[in-house]
Write a new protein. Sequence first.
Length: 407
Amino acid sequence: MKKYIALVFLLAAATVYFVFYHQDRSLKFVPENTDILMLVDTKKCTRQYISEILQHPSLITEKGKAGGKSVSLGETGLKVPDFLQIFHLQNSPLSHWYSVFEIKDKRKLFNYMKRLKFIGIGNGTFKKDFIYLKISDGNCIIGTSGSGFTRIFDSIRSGQNDYQADSFIDDSTGSLSFISGPRTRNFSIHLNDDHIEIKNAFSEYPVEPVLNKLENKTDFLDAELDTENTKRITQLLGSDFADAVGIESLQATAKLEEVNDTIITYGYDDNFNEIEKKTVQKIVQPSYAIAFHSINPEKAVRYFQEKRWINDRNQFTAIPFQPNTVIKNKQAVAIISVRHPVKLPAKLGTNYVFAKNNPLLLSGWKTGSPAEKKMLSQLEYLFYANRNHEYYVKLQFKKEKLPLILR
């Protein structure tokens, strides 16, 4: 009898291991020309989900009463990989992201697509809103664009990619990797009860002292960046002026407010006389202050004038939110909105960007879906910090009874 009990325990242990721990660590669906790769350890997420659901047993009953409205990835007819692979291709827009799945049940997949009202656009490709989907060779590509589908399938068919999960992820919930030839920079992603942290493996950056000073602020945005971080930001905006004028650091702050905006249009009466029509609408607009600290502020002003970013009224026109004014002193060039002027905060002596959620963001966001707006409404703030080669990002969500993985 003892032998049978031991055998049962052995089989149970083996089942638990293969279901929840054993992983295929090969990443056969990551193309060679990938430059950004995000991995999600699905088995670790499953273990974390089960652990949390066991601590909240009432949710099992609630989900049963909900009538099965939500659908898991496994119920779409797609095979759930041990590592969910989401990637970006070289020389493609930053908004284009893809993921490849093996098809486990083609009929179930087509039924799911039909229920979501995907529309066929030819050559095995389907589209709904900004999501594209292509089926070929027993695989399914899902992306925010269809422009990379051919390159992805060619890479998969060649079988030349030999990426392994161990090169990108350790024991974290997920990872974000930047690939440049033989060099790879990995950042771990940790899913906690009420926040998500992204940081590089050796980061021990002490962020709490800075966060403690920022969390109680009501401003929408506060930022302080050194020369290198300012260069990165301006390069993302397609400009090299940080290098051109010798920017040493940047400070910025902004508050959101709802203001009345008057729109003037013209029409004609029955006698073809021109009539001016005024329409007043409420829009969300920031009040802000931005300071570029430079060794030569005069050179910075000349550069802005050459680019025609400063008009004859001394307004900085490269920023769409008007009116503002440009102020120069011996240390910096500042751009300050004049409707409701704001002051720059005291320097904290570190690189950071702190963006706090604001209800006005949702009221001004007209194109977001209800699900996207709900997710944004739960976000409290985003925090970025950097020191040398150490990076840290925190997405803080509102504290609730349930952890993030169960929401």
